[in-house]
Design a protein around this ligand. Structure first.
Ligand code: G3I
Length: 382
């Protein structure tokens, strides 16, 4: 009887998923989302084994709370915050006491215990980096010389790569160095301001970027080095990312591109994503989707919903289904080598605080009670 109930529930869900495809025009004809089927759900990691690892961004607290569930659904982890400079290396210096490895070590230990991969995130970012990195001897903001900043960068990268050697298989060496606007580079980054000049022959790539990859390569020639950014699948930022990738690859400094995948329902274009994956892969690089989530709010929409409307849930289901079809095809072709969600459930998403503080969003595959949403089934059944 239980099996029959579960079977019927899945049929209902499949019908729901199928109907979702008819709502691109925004007309609401769908019923509220079906309740989750009882009994165990399939493991995404197991289903996607033939294609690529399925990852999630976590913190050590989330692992304490939801460890068994996370280990059942994912075979790759990334620290959402705990390997970032401000958390892992909050004070100047290179003594053990200057680093805070506790939370990151807990994530790595969990991954090892469960046979999961770990992505490293990140060395160079304009956020979550302490002010001291850019302060000179006078203690004023951004008064450090380029040589001082680069020496700190080298020490930081070398220490982290040494610490996680053999446990972290790839690093987002530089994160989000490209501008969203007319300029190529993010010029308001403290990295750009202090170490952003370009040496001769480097085609205008800021020195801190080239140096970060050189330091990482020197520290471990085997660990895979990625450039990671958002909105690099189309428009000028795609062209800029492609050019940066070409230059780093030609120098032997780059192994992969992370397309973050912070998208919104109805505006994500799976064919543009496919084209971007193909283009980066044609350079001889791995490509991964590194921070996947699908907000149910359009970009620029500051409104706040108290529950997830059925039509938006159907659109999200449809978009996830279409994206994963592309992902499977690109994975089978050996071009896409990983897909990581930025969070596990709708309760722990960063989008509940961004771009509107305190607003609820529903961007992931599991609801706040760990129940699979219709989007889960669009990804799990094909
Ligand atoms: O840990 C403190 C807590 O002690 C304090 O009470 C609380 C009050 O605000 O803040 C907590 O820190 C927060 C931290 O996340 C941990 O939850 C920070 O305020 C908050 O700014 C920080 O946000 C992180 C964000 O990066 C920073 O911009 C998100 O969790 C993290 O998911 C997000 O991740 C980035 C990727 O690294 C790069 N790509 C974009 C992505 C989303 O912004």
């Amino acid at each position: 009887m239980r099996v029959l109930k579960s079977f019927l529930a899945e049929i209902v869900i499949l019908l729901f998923v199928a109907t979702g495809a008819a709502f691109a025009g925004g007309q609401t004809e769908v019923k509220p989302s079906p309740s989750a089927p009882s009994g165990p759900i399939p493991s995404l990691a197991a289903l996607y084994k033939p294609y690529f690892p399925i990852g999630a961004a976590v913190g050590d607290q989330l692992l304490d709370q939801e460890g068994p569930f996370i280990a059942s659904q994912f075979d790759s982890l990334v620290a959402a915050n705990d390997m970032k400079w401000a958390i892992i290396h909050p004070v100047p210096g290179n003594k053990p006491a200057d680093y805070n490895f506790a939370q990151a070590d807990a994530i790595v230990a969990f991954a090892q215990k469960h046979g999961m991969l770990v992505r490293g995130h990140n060395f160079v970012w304009h956020q979550q980096v302490p002010d001291w990195v850019f302060e000179g001897a006078d203690g004023r903001p951004l008064s450090a010389t380029k040589a001082e900043v680069l020496a700190r960068l080298k020490e930081h990268i070398t220490t982290l790569i040494d610490h996680f050697r053999g446990k972290v298989y790839c690093w987002d060496v530089v994160n989000e160095a490209l501008s969203d606007g007319d300029h190529v580079w993010r010029e308001d980054s403290p990295w750009y301001k202090t170490a952003g000049t370009s040496s001769k022959g480097d085609d205008g790539v800021p020195d801190y970027i080239i140096k970060a990859y050189e330091y990482a390569r020197q520290a471990d020639p085997n660990v895979k080095l990625f450039y990671n950014d958002y909105n690099i699948e189309s428009g000028p930022k795609f062209e800029h990312a492609l050019q940066l990738a070409r230059i780093l690859k030609a120098k032997g400094l780059l192994d992969g591109i992370g397309i973050q995948g912070h998208w919104q329902i109805q505006s994500v274009d799976p064919e543009a994503v496919r084209h971007a994956i193909d283009s980066f892969a044609a350079l001889g690089l791995q490509v991964q989707i590194t921070e996947l989530d699908l907000s149910v709010y359009r970009w620029g929409d500051d409104s706040s919903l108290s529950s997830l409307p059925a039509d938006r849930e159907a659109l999200q289901t449809k978009d996830y289904g279409e994206l994963f079809k592309v992902f499977r095809e690109e994975g089978a072709a050996g071009k896409l080598t990983g897909v990581t969600f930025w969070g596990v459930t709708d309760a722990d998403t960063w989008l509940n605080n961004f771009p509107v503080g305190g607003r609820t969003d529903w961007p992931l595959l599991f609801d706040a009670k760990l129940r699979p949403k219709p989007a889960f089934w669009a990804v799990a059944k094909w």
